[in-house]
Design a protein around this ligand. Structure first.
Ligand SMILES: Cc1cc2nc3c(=O)[nH]c(=O)nc-3n(C[C@H](O)[C@H](O)[C@H](O)COP(=O)(O)OP(=O)(O)OC[C@H]3O[C@@H](n4cnc5c(N)ncnc54)[C@H](O)[C@@H]3O)c2cc1C
Length: 642
């Protein structure tokens, strides 16, 4: 069981004593005791100590940002009451929290602080288990032969130069697929991956551990900050994803063909690639029983309203609903690329070096001839290859290319970013739901995808995560938390109206993402919430708790007002799991970065195959699209290089 080590007394915290005092008072007020004697306890010194450790791990700068936000709220308390927040009685503190939540300026620091505190507190062993959460321990894992081909780069002791025919950087949906396809054609493939190799005993279910060890991402800057997530482990984001599988919708394929002036991506041309990916991933409908009551309620709600709905297609045969796919699958049911694509490649003699961050591309005679990078001890390694495939993902690939001085000619590198903003609500039913013991996304409704770009689905997070999906704090938050076992989670993914986001390198090498929601995006999200609430009410929900700053609770009494309301971008609380499109494809080097075969216009031999070359929005989850494009790309690479 993963436990966050608390800092020892001797260790100095980065928060000043004054910031600490403010932060502790806020923590105790934002996360008070449950009214249920068996329910979660209040936050205390331990919560703060764990939080400091996590924030420090992410970046010491994050601890400072937290401290400054805490002090800003303390200052607001002094202005409003003449006293420090920590000196107020509980009733007055709760009243202040309510007033800040309604204040468009102060709710920003309040959201920063409360999200961070909820993240750590509800994941703490005793608090998590008091909510019915179960941390998992896997005693023994299988040791298949292909593991002999996997090695931390630090253990590579056969010289600092490696040679192969194809070096593949990144083992996610793009890299792993293209590597396996080329290995099967008989090419000597070396995979290199910045993250570590994990087996199912690493996946305890702790959300904090998952975010520290397997995740990275960014927070977009714009009119509605969006947390963007990606994986950093063998398998890439596929090893922490929810397993939902969609083919690219036909209208999107037609749009690409038109924009790119080709038939290469027409539905008939892509169909064999989709079929192959689905066969390898063992895609099939979600098990009905493992999908739980929330899926049944979605069916009932949709039936009552005459909306189409279907079981989700997933790459998780035999999944019985452990309930925390996004923190790693502890049963190996979900066929992420580390379980589906990498093993056959490794069995054919490919190698995988982990903990190897590629930071340069080797060039000779105007061609890419390999990559170089560092292992975890800082040793530099070079890999020489006839073809270089880069699959670092839509946030990181453009940063890498920019640093190499590549792809800049068209002005398109890092642009055209779409995010598929995602959000949702919790609906209170009479019956027990226990969503955390079922498949997170077992059922969905395509009813509004074609007509309005809104995908509705069951969206059940684990107990340690769900409290972050509401802006509520304090007593109201704990009253909500006490009802979690009777809440069903429903979510939406919306198609971005414009592909106008961008990413470039920010401080300390982190991706700096700019993204503004359009008026159309905000209205679409509003319509999505209306649909979800209608569906939940039709299935018998008493009230819903949307992830919306200005409407934390909607019931039948205020539903009409909610429908008529005009939401602002700042009201929304969205996350993104699908950054797409930052390395534009096209035949003209003046307007695109890679050609239709994924080869860089300005460096032959370097192929970009990942979510960055998928032009969004798709309107559906993208892994099958990325993998089908990678399957096609493998054939094109053979034609162009070998
Ligand atoms: C929490 C979550 C849930 C999701 N749920 C779904 C879902 O249900 N269905 C779906 O279709 N999609 C889902 N997705 C999205 C899907 O998983 C991604 O779109 C897809 O995996 C992206 O593929 P990729 O190859 O572009 O990048 P990734 O899969 O992210 O792989 C990139 C890899 O490259 C490595 N890397 C990056 N830079 C370097 C470097 N310089 N050197 C070495 N290695 C490097 C990274 O560590 C990473 O392992 C989800 C994503 C997340 C994060």
């Amino acid at each position: 069981v993963f436990k966050l080590p608390l800092p020892s007394d001797a260790e100095l915290s980065l928060l000043t004593e004054d910031q600490r005092r403010s932060a502790l008072a806020l923590a105790e007020a934002i996360l008070p005791d449950s009214r249920d004697p068996e329910g979660p306890r209040a936050a205390d010194e331990r919560t703060l100590a764990s939080l400091e450790r996590v924030l420090e791990h992410l970046s010491p700068w994050a601890v400072r940002a937290f401290g400054v936000a805490a002090q800003a709220l303390d200052r607001a308390a002094r202005v409003q009451t003449g006293r420090r927040f920590s000196d107020l009685d509980v009733r007055r503190q709760q009243a202040l929290l309510d007033s800040w939540q309604a204040n468009p300026v102060l709710r920003t620091p309040l959201t920063v602080i409360s999200a961070a505190l909820k993240f750590v507190h509800f994941d703490t062993g005793d608090v998590y288990t008091s909510l019915g959460g179960k941390l998992n321990v896997v005693q023994e894992v299988e040791q298949p032969r292909y593991l002999e081909q996997v090695m931390p780069a630090t253990e590579w002791d056969d010289g600092d130069d490696l040679e192969c025919e194809v070096v593949v950087v990144g083992t996610g949906a793009g890299g792993a697929v293209v590597g396996k396809e080329l290995a099967e054609r008989g090419h000597a493939v070396l995979f290199v991956e910045e993250g570590d190799f994990h087996q199912r005993d690493s996946f305890t279910g702790s959300s904090v551990q998952a975010h520290v060890d397997f995740y990275r991402g960014s927070l977009s800057v714009g009119n509605a900050p969006i947390l963007i997530f990606a994986g950093r482990l063998v398998g890439g984001s596929t090893a922490i994803n929810t397993g939902s599988c969609f083919r690219t919708p036909d209208p999107v394929l037609h749009r690409w063909c038109e924009e790119l002036g080709t038939d290469a991506f027409a539905p008939e041309a892509m169909a064999p690639h989709f079929a192959k990916v689905e066969r390898i991933l063992e895609v099939g409908p979600a098990n009905r029983a493992a999908s739980g009551p929330a899926a049944r309620l979605m069916m009932e709600g949709c039936d009552a309203l005459g909306w189409r709905h279907e079981p989700m297609l997933r790459n998780a045969p035999g999944c019985m609903g452990e309930g925390f796919c996004d923190f790693g699958c502890r049963t190996d049911a979900r066929k992420s690329t580390n379980l589906s694509y990498l093993p056959p490649a490794l069995e054919r003699g490919s190698m995988l070096l982990t903990g190897f961050r590629v930071d340069g591309v080797l060039r000779e005679g105007g061609r890419a001839v390999g990559v170089e990078g560092v292992d975890k001890n800082g040793r530099r390694l070079k890999v020489r290859a006839d073809a270089v495939v880069f699959g670092g993902g839509a946030l990181f690939t453009p940063l890498f290319l920019a640093k190499q001085g590549l792809g800049g000619g068209s002005g398109q590198l890092g642009r055209n970013l779409t995010l598929h903003p995602s959000t949702g609500l919790m609906a209170r039913f009479d019956e027990r739901i226990d969503g955390h013991r079922h498949i997170p996304q077992g059922h969905y409704s395509p009813h509004f995808i074609d007509s309005d770009g809104i995908l509705l689905n069951v969206a059940q997070a684990d107990q340690n995560y769900t409290p972050m999906m509401t802006p509520m704090v304090g007593r109201r938050l704990m009253d909500y938390v006490d009802q979690l076992s009777h809440m069903a989670g429903f979510g939406m993914l919306v198609s971005d109206e414009e592909a106008s986001g961008s990413v470039r390198e920010g401080a300390k090498g982190f991706p700096f993402v700019r993204y503004d929601m359009t008026r159309g995006d905000v209205d679409r999200i509003h319509r999505g919430f209306i649909h979800l609430a209608e569906m939940a009410f039709a299935a018998g929900a008493h009230r819903v708790y949307p992830a919306l700053q200005s409407w934390p609770v909607v019931d039948r009494d205020n539903f009409r007002r909610f429908r008529a309301a005009r939401l602002g971008a700042g009201d929304t609380m969205c996350t993104s799991y699908h950054p797409l499109g930052t390395v534009k494809m096209g035949s003209d080097p003046k307007t695109s970065v890679v050609d239709l075969d994924h080869q860089m216009h300005d460096l032959p031999g370097l192929f970009i195959v990942d979510s960055s070359t998928v032009q969004g929005p798709l309107g559906v989850n993208p892994q099958v699209t990325i993998m089908a494009m990678a399957t096609r790309a493998a054939g094109r690479i053979v034609d162009r290089v070998f």
